[in-house]
Every structure is written in C-alpha cells, then in structure tokens.
Write a protein that binds this ligand. Structure first.
Ligand code: SF4
Ligand code: SF4
Length: 453
C-alpha cells in the first residue's frame, strides 16, 4: 500500500513505526476470513483491512480520531488473528496499538465512557483496589437486572462458583506426598509475593533461576494459578523469584501509553535488580496476555531511557509452557483420567505463536487433549473488551462455549486469566499449569474440586 507521510510526520516515532507496516499491506483481504468482528458483523470497516484504511487516512491527514474511527478501533479485540493469517507479514499489533494511543490523545469520549475507562484503569491493575471492589459484588448481584449492560458484564466475570476453602486444598496437597513440593507456597507467602519480592528455592538441585510475573487481576481472581506455577516450577528445578505488579498490558489496551510505560518500568527495574543479584535465565509469564506484552517491551520502550533493559527483558520473556518444554516436566505421578479441551488464548496462539507446547505438556502429563472447532476465534475476553463491548463479547463467548461443549471434554485448559474469567461462568476451566501441577503431585485445580462437590 502506498503511503504519503511527510518528513515532518515521520519525526513522530509512532507514525514512523506505522509507515512500514502500512506499506506491507497489499489489500488482499485474506485476514477478513479469520477476523472475529468481521465474521460476526460482516462490515468491511470491522475487518483488519478496513481498520487499516481508517488508521492510514487518519494518520496521513493528521486528523484527530473521528467517532467512526473510534467505533471500529474500539470493536477490534486486538486478538491478532489477522497477523497469523496475513501472508504479507503486516504487524497489525503495533498499528492498532498506535491507533488506540492516537484515539486516547485526540478524541473526547462521552462522560460515562470516560468514567468507565478511567475506573477500569484505576482499579484493575491494583490487586488491593480490585479485591476491595470485588468484595462489594455480592451486594450488587441482586440488583444486576437494573444495572447498565457494561456493569452487568463486569458482575458476570466474577466467579460465583463455591470455592474449595484452604483446608480442602491443603488436604488435597497432603495426599501427594511430603517430598513432592505439593504443598507449595502458603497463602501468606502468595500475598507477600503479590506485594513484593519473594524467593522460592528449587526442590533438589537448582537448574535455572527465573523471574515470575505475578500479575494483577489474576492474583485476585485465581490466586491458585500462581501457587500451582510456583509448585510446578520449583519441582522442575527452578528457583522462582517473584516480579510483582501489573506488566502494563491492561492500560496499554486502553491506549493509556504513559501509564503502561510506568507499569512496565516497575517490572523492568525489578528484573534489573534480580539480574544483578543472581542473574535471571528467563522472565516467565503464566498469563499469555502478559507474556505477549512483555515480549513487546523492546518495541514499547524504544524511545525510553530503559530501552536497552526492555529489549533484554523481551528476549528473556517466556510463557511458562515454553520454559517447561525447555527444562522438562517433573515426573508424572498418577495421571488423572480426565479429558481436556485445550483453548488456545489469542495472545498465546496469535500474539506469541505458541501452539504445541501446552498441548504436548498436557499429553505428557497423561491428559486426553481434545481440539476445539474454530480454535482460531477469540472467546471475547480480550483484556477489558468483555466489559467495554459486552454484546460482541457475549456472542463470541456463546460461540466458543458451544464449540467447547461439542468436544465432550471434562474440563477446559487455557493459559490466560482473561479467558478463564470469560468462559469460567459456564464451563469448568483451569489454567494449564494447574493441570500439570495436579498430574505431577500437586492438588487438583479449584475449578475441578468445585465441579465435583
Ligand atoms: S486484531 Fe482481531 S478483531 Fe482486530 S482486526 Fe485483527 S483479527 Fe480483527
Ligand atoms: S491479509 Fe495482510 S496484506 Fe492482506 S489485507 Fe489483510 S493485512 Fe493487508
């Protein structure tokens, strides 16, 4: 695609990054077939190609974002299915990221919209604030029908299943044997890890030393995921050092560039400290949305004083399943007789191009892995998308739930907290590491225990 940017426009680093991306697009439209919003809505402007045109026009003409551009940019899930499909290698991720920043800077949204977005940015990345808000959810549930659709969408994402209490988990862990590393971190240790640095030594000989991104929303919604990850990795010979706080991904998807860099900088400073303390062989994410974001730090910080550290952190970033394939799964104790429908999060399959490692590990752990039809289509989670675009998100969720149900599997495995929240209200969903931990000596995932009660 021909572009007409002036030399002055190309002084802007964001525009300069977009120009070669736009030039690569040959208008072929292959990407439309796999774009969830085009598949659902059938509008060219809700396809990758249509959005690329809108963004190009806006940037080339130095225009503030119009209501039309905002509508179609907002409807994009940033699922990146288009990047997997595109034969020309168009880096749509960096283009839509820049468009969101441009929208945030040049478009004044209606008051309620601004308030909602500001509230999400002020609450979700902060576990204590988010935890306090969640505590109020049971009070709001009886009035759900009276609330606006977006608030209802938020309530629906909060798990309602009866959670097994700590005693059940400890009892389940105890059955696995004292030398297995099954008991793992205590609740107090996990809480401390969310607030700051904790070190969990390897069981037996230390093979690698890794930094684990503990994250934000996940620590509140499903603290069992970090517990399972630490048990599994320490059992596999990792010394695990926690890197606490939000990685910046949540606010990044809202176009809030400055805040995203501030969150990212806090992560990079911790990584740098650990590098100097004892070295880090990898920066590990157990939420694929965070992993995709961390792998992009090098690009996001390209004009920042932390550019070199960011590039180094990106090179070290791994999804937990990538690391486990490299270092090997701990010995499988007693394979649970459970069939698993593996749901590959968009940030896993499209953002990081990780397809086989989670499936291979689940099979190695003894699970029967079933494929979900239309596996390339997003479940509608997409960061805060299911709150900001509840109708489209609900349609995608229903489609995914139907495809999962047709597998007849006992449980769904996935590697991203957003998908767990999106699908967990209708299905039994566990994180992949919870299942791997279970098979190698840890307790059964809380979702599984709750289902069997
Ligand atoms: S990121 Fe997803 S929703 Fe957005 S244009 Fe690409 S395929 Fe469509
Ligand atoms: S598949 Fe790639 S080259 Fe073709 S229209 Fe889509 S983004 Fe452009």
């Amino acid at each position: 695609m021909q572009t007409r940017f002036t030399a002055a426009q190309l002084q802007d680093s964001g525009v300069a990054a977009c120009e070669p991306i736009l030039r690569k697009c040959v208008h072929c439209g292959f990407c439309t077939a796999t774009c969830p919003t085009y598949v659902l809505l059938g509008d060219e402007l809700d396809s990758p190609r249509g959005r690329i045109y809108l963004i190009k026009e806006m940037l080339e003409n130095d225009r503030p974002a119009s209501a039309e551009v905002v509508r179609h940019v907002d409807r994009c899930l940033s699922c990146l299915a288009c990047m997997t499909t595109c034969p020309s290698g168009v880096h749509y991720q960096h283009l839509i990221d820049h468009a969101r920043v441009h929208v945030e800077k040049t478009y004044r949204r209606p008051l309620l919209e601004r308030a909602l977005r500001a509230s999400l940015a002020a609450v979700l990345p902060y576990p204590r604030r988010f935890g306090a808000v969640l505590a109020l959810v049971p009070l709001a549930r009886p009035f759900a029908r009276l609330l606006p659709a977006r608030v209802r969408a938020m309530l629906e994402l909060v798990p309602v299943r009866s959670r097994p209490d700590a005693a059940v988990l400890v009892a389940a862990a105890g059955t696995a044997g004292a030398d297995s590393g099954a008991s793992g971190p205590t609740e107090a240790e996990l809480r401390a890890a969310n607030d700051g640095r904790r070190v969990f030594p390897a069981h037996g000989e230390r093979r690698v030393r890794i930094g684990l991104l503990t994250g934000c929303v996940q620590t509140v919604l499903e603290p069992s995921i970090n517990a399972a990850t630490i048990r599994l990795l320490t059992r596999a010979g990792c010394e695990v050092v926690t890197i606490s706080g939000c990685c910046g991904s949540l606010v990044h998807h809202l176009g809030r560039e400055r805040e995203a860099l501030e969150f990212g900088a806090r992560v990079l400073e911790q990584v740098d400290t650990e590098q100097r303390r004892g070295g880090l062989d990898a920066l590990v994410a157990n939420a694929s949305g965070c992993g995709t974001h961390a792998k992009d730090y090098g690009h996001l910080f390209r004009d920042h004083p932390l550019a070199a550290r960011a590039a180094d952190a990106s090179l070290r970033a791994r999804d937990v399943t990538e690391l486990l394939v490299e270092i090997g799964l701990p010995p499988v104790r007693e394979p649970p007789r459970v069939s698993v429908a593996y749901h590959s999060a968009c940030s896993m399959q499209h953002g990081q191009k990780i397809d086989e490692p989670p499936r291979a590990l689940l099979r190695q752990a003894g699970f029967v892995v079933r494929e979900i039809a239309e596996g390339h289509l997003c479940c509608g989670s997409a960061g805060t998308y299911n709150i900001l675009q509840p109708e489209i998100a609900a349609r995608l969720r229903e489609r995914k739930v139907g495809n999962v149900a047709r597998t007849g599997a006992d449980i769904v495995a996935t590697g991203n907290i957003g998908c767990i929240a999106q699908l967990g209200t209708g299905l039994t969903v566990a994180h992949t590491v919870e299942l791997l931990d279970w098979a190698t000596g840890g307790p059964a995932p809380p979702a599984w225990l709750a289902r069997r009660r």
